[in-house]
Design a binder for this molecule. Structure first.
Ligand code: C2E
Ligand code: CA
Ligand code: CA
Ligand code: CA
Length: 277
């Protein structure tokens, strides 16, 4: 038993070590990925719930790893945030979206907004506004083509900073959405003082919407409350027609999900129109 215990212990040590090694490897690989431009963006349409018209696209990052194939953000955004690499990655995303807008939107029907996810680290970056302004000037993108998605945790940490940053982004013409709404600790009381345009209800509330009566009440309540504060509501992760039907019934403004379209590269979006069956 003693040797078995010992064995297990050393095995445990080894696996901890290999986790640490894997993280270091990931960190190195991320640095190379930035340098060698191994990231790509996929775009997922956001549609009006009632008429199924596309109003915009959310840009979602993927990593084309030379050995491991396509890696999804949940696998690397965390480490990118911990190591600060998210700052450079984030600017690449903003630049890439702006370049794509200038290259491709003649083929897409305007007026469309392109949504960009900002992690809390990026939101706190003191150069954020200046860099966004610079990118807009360089590419010629109209700020009204952009939407920034920020999470509840980003905006609740320092309300004064949040307020002034969001106001500046809005002055540039961009709109603001609160991402993953309902999963954090933000309150409607605070939200009503912030220059926010939209709430994105997290997909964890949508997944079981058909069967879960509490989720139905929460989602319906969030939508009514948001409307009272003149905020638009986007539901994410819509996969079924029944979810879509309930959300329409609750007067949800906008929707996004596999029911309509999975995120795809920009060139797959030309002429994309969702036709309900
Ligand atoms: P998110 O911002 O909440 O994005 C929504 C996620 O739900 C995306 O996952 C999207 O592909 C997925 N999704 C959309 N519709 C459906 C559906 O009907 N069913 C299901 N099951 N999933 C759906 P993805 O692309 O893997 O991104 C995961 C997260 O990574 C994002 O969550 C966001 O927090 C982060 N992320 C993605 N791109 C970026 C980026 O450029 N910058 C930063 N900072 N974070 C990013
Ligand atoms: Ca998002
Ligand atoms: Ca989400
Ligand atoms: Ca998220």
């Amino acid at each position: 038993a003693k040797t078995a215990g010992k064995k297990r212990f050393s095995f445990y040590d080894q696996s901890l070590q290999s986790i640490a090694m894997a993280k270091l490897q990931l960190e190195d690989d991320l640095a190379i990925a930035i340098k060698d431009k191994q990231f790509v963006l996929h775009y997922q349409p956001i549609l009006t719930q009632l008429t199924d018209e596309v109003t915009g696209y959310e840009a979602l990052i993927r990593w084309k790893h030379p050995d491991q194939g396509l890696i999804y953000p949940d696998k690397f955004i965390g480490v990118a945030e911990e190591t600060g690499k998210i700052i450079d990655i984030g600017y690449w995303v903003i630049k890439e979206v702006c370049n794509q807008i200038m290259l491709r939107t003649s083929n897409l029907q305007p007026p469309l907004r392109f949504s960009i996810n900002l992690s809390p680290k990026q939101f706190k970056d003191t150069n954020l506004l200046e860099n966004i302004r610079h990118i807009m000037q360089e590419t010629g993108v109209d700020g009204r083509s952009l939407e920034f998605e920020v999470t509840e945790s980003s905006i609740m940490e320092d309300i004064e900073h949040t307020n002034s940053t969001l106001l500046q982004l809005k002055k540039m013409g961009a709109s603001i959405a609160i991402d993953d709404f309902g999963t954090g600790y933000s309150s409607f009381a605070l939200l009503k003082h912030l220059p926010v345009d939209k709430l994105k209800i997290d997909k964890s509330f949508i997944t079981d919407l058909e069967t879960d009566l509490s989720d139905q009440k929460i989602v319906h309540g969030l939508i009514s409350m948001a409307h009272k504060l003149h905020l638009e509501v986007v539901a994410e992760g819509i996969e079924t027609k029944e979810q879509h039907r309930l959300l329409k019934q609750y007067k949800c403004d906008l929707g996004q999900g596999y029911l309509f379209r999975k995120p795809v590269p920009m060139d797959h979006l030309q002429n994309f129109i969702y036709k309900p069956l």
